[in-house]
Design a protein around this ligand. Structure first.
Ligand SMILES: [Zn+2]
Length: 253
């Protein structure tokens, strides 16, 4: 195991099962030092397994075998105790509230190396490497649209898909809040299948819009408006195909 800077936090409890999910966050505070202090403060009752500074230093706060307190209320692929299922990584960035900015190269390289290291110890599928905003789309935006998910996938971690132009064209126009029928039904069923905690519904209601916005923040960062254009839907379909191919491969192995 790679060695990390020891910075123990008291904010954890016991796991019931080995972790099989990874949740990425940004710290959303003005400095990394302030975030590290808060994640180690017994009064705050929050933590994560790791914190990655902008210069690439990695702090370990909670042993991977323990349940850290980073995810809160939320659902992914039917799992509603995401802290119990996951390893949490806090990535230092002021976030949307305090001056959201690009993640430096040294920090991203450190995140990728950390994820490789974690996955050498635990079985974590690509479709279970997610943003905090994926499991809690109604209340979280982190790590946000500047996080380089494509780069992460190119390094072998997580899902990414970019459709051909013809495929986007074939899917046609916009689906948006207020729409009803088969379009919203297929869209919401697809989001649910990928992992989002919404029910399939023929109504493009606020819950669908919120999930679409979270999906876009992760997988279609050029458009984050909750409107499912052809590109958004084509990316969702492509990701579902990759994810199901991966689960078949996992089954055969
Ligand atoms: Zn978070």
């Amino acid at each position: 195991m790679t060695s990390y800077i020891d910075a123990p936090s008291p904010n954890f409890d016991a796991r019931r099962a080995p972790p099989d999910m990874l949740v990425l966050h940004y710290t959303g505070m003005q400095t990394g030092e302030a975030a590290l202090a808060r994640l180690r403060d017994p009064e705050a009752k929050v933590s994560a397994h790791y914190l990655v500074e902008e210069d690439g230093r990695v702090f370990q706060l909670v042993p991977e075998e323990r349940r850290a307190w980073h995810a809160g209320r939320g659902v992914w692929q039917g799992e509603d105790d995401c802290n119990a299922a996951s390893i949490g990584i806090e990535i230092v960035n002021p976030g949307h509230e305090f001056g959201y900015r690009a993640f430096p190269e040294a920090q991203i390289a450190a995140v990728i190396a950390l994820i490789s290291d974690i996955r050498s110890r635990w079985t974590i599928a690509d479709n279970r490497i997610i943003a905090h905003s994926d499991l809690a789309p109604d209340r979280k935006e982190d790590p946000g649209e500047l996080f380089p998910w494509k780069r992460l996938a190119e390094a072998g971690h997580g899902l990414w898909f970019e459709p051909a132009a013809e495929r986007v064209q074939a899917l046609g126009g916009l689906l948006q809040k207020g729409d009803q029928g088969i379009g919203p039904m297929v869209l919401s069923a697809g989001l649910h299948r990928l992992g989002y905690g919404l029910k399939a519904s023929g109504d493009y209601d606020a819950a669908v819009e919120t999930a679409v916005r979270a999906f876009q923040r992760h997988w279609r960062p050029a458009r984050i408006d909750g409107v499912a254009d052809g590109e958004t839907r084509a990316r969702l379909v492509g990701l579902l195909q990759i994810a199901s191919a991966e689960s078949v491969t996992g089954f055969l192995n």
